[in-house]
Design a protein around this ligand. Sequence first.
Ligand code: ARG
Length: 245
Amino acid sequence: MKKFVSVTIILILLCTSIFAACDSGSEKIRVATDATWPPFEYVDTDTNKIVGFDIDLFTAIAEEAGIEFEFVNVEWDPLLAGVAQGTYDAAISSITIREDRLADMSFSDPYFVARQIIVVKTDSDITGISGLVGKKVGVQTGTTGDIEASAVDGVNVTGYDEIGMAFVALLSSQIDAVVCDTPVASGYVSKYSNLKAVAEFPTIEEYGIAFPKGSDDLIEKINAALANVKADGVIDQLVQKWLVD
Ligand code: ARG
């Protein structure tokens, strides 16, 4: 009998602690990412896991801030809309902080600087932005590459759901160029010897983590953790790990 009572007490204690754990688990935030953008966020085909610069960075930030989270893989277009509508608590996806986006969502402090760059096949005669006039240019729909390429008069822009599809089209000569973020372009250029990057757009972009409006407490925590992580040299380590060949 005595044994039964103590077993029961242990069971009750165990259950309460499990429930307590579950309770704090419900605070897990949902972080959206469009994992089609190597080397910042993409699915490693060997492990089927989402990996990349942003993935490591957010993991370090969350650990620093004591935040529980899960990544949700979402296409680029619904990702921005989902953040704006509050479907996700945050998104890390090489998202350029832009005035027009700030109307619908909030951003963390910037963590990376990128530019838009033109990639062509090595035998192309396109050498700069003006060379895109009258040509077919592939972009990921709704990205800053799309916005910049579409702003050049006379350019024939084709939007793809994923930048990888634009590169497939370029490699098979269905289009003449791709415009995308510099780190993504570098990755494709080093992977395919018949591609080259020729010219940057005169714009400078900063990546930020996006949040639905009204997430001030979370943003404050993330910014504090981001500052610590930066001070610890994590960004430099990630540049070495993901961007320097
Ligand atoms: N930086 C660009 C933008 O904000 C492209 C980001 C695309 N990111 C992605 N994971 N597909 O428009």
